[in-house]
Design a protein around this ligand. Sequence first.
Ligand SMILES: [Ca+2]
Length: 220
Amino acid sequence: MKTHLYPGLFSTVLTAGLMFAVSDLDCRAQGTSFNGFEFALPATIECEQFNRGGVNVAYSAPNGLPNTKYRDEGVAIYRCSDYDGSRGYCLKGWQGNWFRYSITTAEAATYRIEVRARRVAAQYSGSFRLQIEGGQYTDMTVNGAIDGWQTLTGTISITAGSHVLKLEMTSGDATLGVGLFDYMTLYKAPASINNPTYQVSANLLQRDMAVGLGLGAGSS
Ligand SMILES: [Ca+2]
């Protein structure tokens, strides 16, 4: 076979090869999901279950602690005091840190995000951003009681398909950090998102106990 006799075919194969290479590169640039599958919305995402793939790919946390036993990366992950410790682990972040989570949804909609978080110290609030990369974002502030976990809320419009959700720490105390983060729940916003009686169904919650049971590295 002489290649010049099949320029169209050669071009198609070459193009397909390039498309695969670019797609593969995009995947590596964002890491791969912690559990081996994308979080399918509606879902609860444990904040400590950010993507695999290493620093500057799945996360950036140069201020993190290298002694966590939950996973190998040098990220500050602690046994979580939320719900009396029954929910496993939480993530601590400092200004500039970011973490990626692979998600997917079959339905384009406005999604409500509930973030379970706690401030790091008295008088220090912390701010963070949740963004669908290439899309919308919502900013939140952790400012509750020092010994109390709080549920922060925001909304983001998400198109159908696979996306990367990025949790980015935007401001906080330089030493103590921005906050502690237990989990994020994303679900299609009800018609009246300000309805205080609306509660996400308990069966949407996925617990991380099975993953991290017995691998504690201190508590928070
Ligand atoms: Ca958690």
